[in-house]
Ligand binder design. Structure first.
Ligand code: SAM
Length: 279
């Protein structure tokens, strides 16, 4: 195999040159490949969908974690659903105020293989005592758990395979119940065209579950089309509208800044209105 072709869109594909396959097998839950590509470094795909690359993973992980944590301002607990490569846990640990980080990942193989082949993603996060790893289906876990969190970040695959359970009304309702007062829920929501065509109901579904609903975005070259959407489910619009405290921003970030944070919520109309970008 010379090229890895992302084929989950019926009419739209992207390809990455495979310089060397480092690992390829079926785990208990999904097909997992890690390969090298000269432009992106090491690349991981699950069930044929690119998940992360060494080159630009920081954009995604800094956005997913720092936007809700810094918007909240006093977050002490974080629940990560998915995130097996460890990039989200790594970013979360940069916040000294986060005393407890629970990560619920369905597939232990993603964690093991990411530690082996993508060690800079987790950068030791899975050995940190503030991170508690739980191996379980995130949907089932939030349904059955009683603990509540200041921030919930869903760092999951698209709504195919094991990830499908994380795109249901039941899951969103359960996450809303797991939020503390002033809590914030965020989730990766695909590119704007996905949002329209494949997850077009999502805004409404989140609206049913959370008092404050919004989307924000970052440009991640790895993901199809570039713009990557994130959904926001808050308990109070004031949390989303408040300016993040510059003094609380971790040092050494490559993407996030308070200005980028504000800009992430400024969306072109066509990102949310399918009719404006109809073919
Ligand atoms: N950045 C990526 C993206 O946007 O596509 C997400 C990467 S992360 C590797 C996705 C993780 O979600 C995987 O490790 C996968 O095993 C996990 N996952 C999928 N479905 C899950 C579920 N139902 N419960 C918990 N974790 C799940």
């Amino acid at each position: 195999m010379e090229w890895f072709e992302e084929s989950h869109h019926a009419y739209w594909r992207q390809r990455f040159k495979i310089d060397r396959v480092l690992f390829h097998s079926r785990t208990e839950h999904q097909d997992l490949i890690i390969f090298e590509n000269r432009a992106f470094g090491r690349v991981m795909a699950l069930d044929g969908v690119i998940q992360t690359t060494e080159r630009d993973e920081f954009v995604y992980h800094e956005t997913l974690v720092h936007v809700p944590v810094l918007a909240h301002g006093q977050a002490r607990s974080l629940l990560i659903i998915g995130g097996g490569d460890g990039g989200s846990a790594r970013e979360a640990l940069k916040h000294p105020g986060l005393e407890r980080i629970v990560q619920v990942e369905i597939d232990p193989s993603v964690i093991d293989l990411s530690r082996e082949y993508l060690p800079r993603h987790s950068d030791g996060a899975f050995d940190d005592p503030r991170v508690e790893l739980v191996f379980a289906d995130g949907a089932r876990w939030v349904e059955e758990a009683s603990e509540t969190f200041d921030v919930i970040a869903v760092d999951a695959t698209d709504p195919i395979g094991p990830g499908a359970a994380l795109y249901t009304q039941a899951f969103l309702d359960a996450c809303a119940r797991r939020l503390n007062r002033r809590g914030v829920f965020v989730a990766q929501a695909g590119n704007p065209l996905d949002l329209m065509h494949d997850q077009g109901q999502e805004l409404g579904r989140i609206g049913d579950a959370f008092a404050d609903v919004a989307y924000f975005h970052a440009t991640v070259p790895t993901y199809m089309g570039g713009p990557m959407m994130f959904s926001w489910g808050g308990t109070d619009p004031a949390i989303r509208e408040a300016a993040p405290d510059p003094a609380a921003v971790p040092a050494g970030l490559r993407h996030y800044s308070p200005a980028v944070h504000r800009a992430a919520f400024a969306l072109p109309a066509w990102f949310l209105e399918p009719a404006l970008a109809a073919p």
